[in-house]
Design a binder for this molecule. Sequence first.
Ligand code: PLP
Length: 385
Amino acid sequence: MNKINQSTISVRSGLNSDEQHGCVVSPITLSTIYNFTGFNEPRMYDYSRRRNPTRDVAQKALADLEQGQYAIITSSGMSAISLICMTFLNPGDFLIAPYDCYGGTYRLLESLDQKGICRVRFINQCDLKSVLRSVSKYSPKLILIETPSNPMLRVTDIAFICNLKKNGVICVVDNTFMTPILQNPLQLGADLVLHSCSKYLNGHSDVISGVVITDNIKFYERLFWWVNTLGITGSAFDSYQLLRGIRTLVPRIYQQQKNTKNIIDFLLNQAEIKSVYYPGLPGNTGYEIACAQQRGFGSILSFELHGSENTLIKFLRSLKLFTLAESFGGVESLISHPATMTHAAMSQDSRKKAGISNMLLRISVGLEDSVDLINDLNQALGSIR
Ligand code: PLP
């Protein structure tokens, strides 16, 4: 059989799998318990924390999209990261993470370090010499990569860092920004890929969910044991909703990306805008790497306004079609202020190091008509002219 493409996987994975009624859409199994067929004769399912049929269907779709063998759906993106840390790190082990990662990830890793659960070093992963230096200095057990980074959209060379696996390092890529449609880290040498499914994969801003995907059966078995032991598997209802979102993943990704290109062309010509950050812009850190390792540049951009905090507040107040909210990847356009929202958990000093200024705004471009979105940005910029 020919290779099945991602559009087909996302639409058809798990269809017609119901043998009882012949449902085309895979039914939701809410039961938490399953009867034994006899004394000491459990079925494949015994208790939904460990395994659930609806979660299994969604896991298969996610594994296939990421071109991996095994997937584990967790209760959130943060629990996916916690699961990886609990499974693979022992006290004293080093973890290397990007200094400009998602603020919640930064908070978790910093807290694990403070509690002595592992030791964490945040570095600039776009500087490959600094990566090499850190690997030889700390001999890390785990390297977490997040590319493009949040919110500065810097791109890291996944294949280069994964090549360091020779030293026994486990390489993990947070692929939330790109989704499996635009980037497949397992193909670039990563051991584990994680997503916050709360973003593009679900796509409708109504599910909190995460996933870890791997090709390595030994890693999968260890993760499976820990996810059940910690009790952080995703619920049946969330898995059902997530699969529903995945059905339209491919056209959403491409249309949102098209809208983003139109918005960037507009922003680049506005005098009130100091700088624009986007992986598809030639001046952006890692632009050449993005061209080689990604199949597109995505639909998140950041920009800095000229002026003061008052300018920023006036601009945000004037917007009608962009909702001031955290998160990204839904069908609706959002705008956020990283310094007071997604990255508020970082100290001002750490934010400064990561280049996150108080005048920086991040936009997640949705599925609205890009002409309407541009008109809205134009009138809001007019209010600060
Ligand atoms: N990874 C990235 C890149 C994120 O942006 C987020 C959340 O914004 C997470 C992980 C955490 O995911 P969740 O909010 O589903 O716990």
